[in-house]
Design a protein around this ligand. Structure first.
Ligand SMILES: N[C@@H](CCC(=O)N[C@@H](CS)C(=O)NCC(=O)O)C(=O)O
Length: 216
């Protein structure tokens, strides 16, 4: 049974899953979640009432939460790239850090831009910006001398880092002085699985609510 990913290419968590699939050239059917495909929307809602994307469907099984999707792929549809390395603690820890402290504040700032004028949350945006500043500084120190987040091998942590840092840098540019973090982001963008996912999403850039910068 062919795997199915219910997703939208411009979504940051969907990109994390796409990078994992592209890394191992795993065959799958892309089930687009947009107004032109109401049948996909209906199946997504039935399978995951929380309506968070993406979800992976493998026959009768529905797998939600991208980190778990990546674990599932490695167990049930493995390829040459082991995104969960044998000694996976550091990769798993960094995966959590990118999701919780880069992706979440970045999404809060983007989400605020989509709120009605009378429901904006400037205090929350300020807190998210502070979180991004703190995590950038931590990552800058952590990434010294490293090729990928958890060492020499590309792992689940890099799948999380690529979309979170991609959009976070649009929302809160990484300071020029943070050369390790800036060059790590550039290295991620040059990785074929990542650049493929970025290109797949390029047609949707005009929908970025804060105005997509003319780069990347
Ligand atoms: N923790 C979830 C997060 C998924 C998530 O928040 N996806 C976003 C798109 S990037 C979404 O579905 N947003 C729609 C909404 O919150 O209504 C995961 O790792 O899969």
């Amino acid at each position: 049974m062919t795997l199915q990913l219910f997703a939208h290419p411009f979504s940051s968590y969907c990109r994390k899953a796409l990078i994992a699939l592209h890394e191992n050239a795993t065959p799958f059917v892309f089930r687009m979640l947009d107004p032109e495909h109401p049948e996909n929307d209906a199946e997504w809602s039935a399978r995951w009432p929380l309506r968070k994307m993406p979800i992976l469907v493998d026959g009768e099984k529905t797998i939600v939460e991208v980190s778990t999707i990546i674990e599932y792929l490695q167990i049930h549809h493995p390829g040459p790239v082991h995104l969960i390395p044998e000694d996976a603690l550091e990769a798993r820890m960094l995966d959590r850090i990118f999701d919780n402290y880069v992706m979440t504040p970045m999404q809060q700032v983007v989400g605020n831009a989509l709120r009605p004028e009378d429901a904006k949350d400037p205090y929350g945006v300020g807190q998210s910006m502070q979180m991004l500043d703190k995590v950038y500084a931590w990552l800058e120190a952590r990434l010294q001398g490293r090729k990928w987040a958890a060492g020499d091998a590309f792992t689940i942590a890099d799948c999380a880092a690529a979309p979170s840092l991609f959009y976070a840098d649009w929302v809160r540019p990484i300071p020029d002085g943070m050369s390790a973090l800036k060059s790590y982001r550039a290295r991620l963008l040059a990785r074929p699985s990542v650049s493929r996912a970025v290109e797949e999403a390029r047609p949707f850039r005009r929908f970025f609510p804060l105005g997509a910068p003319d780069r990347d």
